[in-house]
Design a protein around this ligand. Structure first.
Ligand SMILES: [Mn+2]
Length: 234
């Protein structure tokens, strides 16, 4: 346990991942996130692929929240090749949960994880979807204004939401992504207009980036997110 500017930080270590057994792995993640929530702390969960969001959101059952997703891909696939709990499915699984009151998907672009019917389902289930280009036209403040205020947010950051020029270390890079300050300013605004009660950051694949810049970006955005949560907390 360490203290950073009055913030108590607990590290519960890695969830036990049983390779080839997604369901057991997810159950182990959910147990860990529930333990963090029971302690009164804000879970900050590092992936792993985006499927780890599924047990994280389950762990918040009974706590109404709005999901803010930073991602190149919509991840709203219902079932593909029999897979319901893979990294293309998390937002669909989230939207099915009673405690998830809405989803704002930011940065969605290019060839996606999700086909047309998935986009239609996402919109029908209340997903607000904005591309990087739409956000640049709107500006950060107008983008933030589309997100419900004064509620609890769960922030899920897929590193591929960033541009591959600054985050090449990921499995499905997609050009035309966010730059650092765009995401930081979105997160800064979010922590001022409501409470961020949980975070995951996913899809960092260090082996694909021998320069290490992707992991530094991930650490930088997380450190600054945690700092803003602590600073702007209500
Ligand atoms: Mn994703």
């Amino acid at each position: 346990m360490t203290y950073l500017e009055g913030v108590r930080i607990l590290d519960i270590g890695d969830a036990d991942i049983v390779h080839t057994d997604t369901e057991t792995s997810h159950a182990n993640i959910e147990t860990g996130v529930r333990a963090i929530l029971a302690s009164g702390a804000v879970p900050v969960v590092l992936g792993g692929d985006h499927s780890i969001n599924i047990p994280c959101i389950r762990a918040f059952a009974g706590r109404p929240l709005h999901i803010v997703q930073i991602d190149a891909h919509l991840d709203f696939v219902d079932v593909r090749h029999g897979v319901r709990h893979g990294h293309g499915n998390p937002m669909r699984r989230a939207a099915e949960q009673d405690h998830v009151k809405g989803i704002t998907a930011l940065g969605i672009r290019n060839v996606s994880s999700t086909a047309r019917d998935g986009y239609e389902a996402a919109r029908a289930m209340g997903d607000d979807i904005l591309s990087v280009r739409q956000i640049r036209k709107l500006g950060i403040q107008a983008t933030l204004a589309r997100i419900p205020r004064g509620v609890d947010y769960y922030l899920t950051i897929d590193i591929d939401g960033f541009d591959p020029s600054i985050a090449p270390g990921t499995g499905t890079p997609s050009h035309g992504g966010f730059l650092y300050y765009e995401v930081l300013e979105l997160i800064d605004g979010l922590t001022k207009q409501g409470n961020v009660i949980g975070i995951d950051l996913v899809e960092v694949a260090p082996d694909y980036d021998h320069s290490g810049t992707t992991t530094i970006l991930a650490a930088q955005i997380l450190l600054n997110t945690i700092g803003r949560i602590a600073h702007n907390r209500r």
